[in-house]
Design a binder for this molecule. Structure first.
Ligand code: FE2
Ligand code: FE2
Length: 214
């Protein structure tokens, strides 16, 4: 049984700010083991390592955005079940975030310096979606997850051939994202009207170009 606690608006702002800091500074802690496990650390040449780090940095930033989106949406979700679903998805995204951060460290690299900016932008989008109602909220989850799934597929194909550790992480993420989309659909997601998916794709193209470089 969970006790109902009353949070003042200031408490809520502090809790969300703490979450934002933890997420953007890369202090995420995974609840599940890293899928790369004991897979061998293949020797990558410098160009391969840079490319793998660029891709994993994109994925890390994508997870920062997913966190912010879901936290923003959950903050204004009307229905308790929708809120619980968003919070559960956000927890799995925390695993993804931690695994991507681990892999970036192994590749002698670091998360994007622009993550606080991406967090703030995605949080605002999440709030805006959430304020339009739970059908929209879930519709956003479906569209986000489908787009993430598509870019993970692309990364799986373009990672250096020897980089099985990154690939293992992305494969698990991809199957989690597909499940997040299916669950949101089953919970009554509405289909987002036409300019929105395109705008989301455009935003994510900008994010990918920036995060790949640093
Ligand atoms: Fe994710
Ligand atoms: Fe997801």
């Amino acid at each position: 049984m969970t006790a109902t606690r009353h949070f003042s608006p200031l408490d809520r702002i502090l809790i969300e700010a703490q979450h934002a800091l933890g997420t953007t500074l890369g202090q995420a802690r995974a609840e599940r083991p890293n899928p790369a496990g004991e897979l061998p650390r293949a020797a990558l040449d410098p160009a391969e390592r840079r490319h793998a780090a660029g891709l994993m940095r994109i994925n890390h930033t994508g997870e920062v955005c997913a966190q912010a989106l879901y936290v923003g949406q959950a903050a204004v979700a009307r229905d308790a079940a929708t809120r619980a679903q968003l919070e559960h998805a956000a927890q799995e995204e925390t695993d993804h975030l931690a695994w991507c951060a681990d892999r970036l460290r192994e590749l002698d690299s670091r998360p994007s310096l622009f993550n606080p900016l991406f967090y703030a932008g995605s949080y605002a989008i999440g709030l805006a979606a959430g304020l339009r109602g739970d059908g929209w909220n879930l519709g956003f989850v479906v569209e986000t997850e489908r787009q993430v799934e598509a870019h993970l597929e692309e990364h799986l194909a373009t990672l250096p051939p020897g980089d099985e550790r990154s690939r293992a992480i992305l494969r698990t993420m991809k199957s989690d994202e597909a499940r997040h989309a299916d669950e949101a659909l089953a919970a009554g997601a509405r289909v987002l009207p036409s300019p929105i998916p395109r705008l989301m794709a455009l935003t994510s193209r900008v994010m990918k170009a920036v995060a790949y470089r640093g």
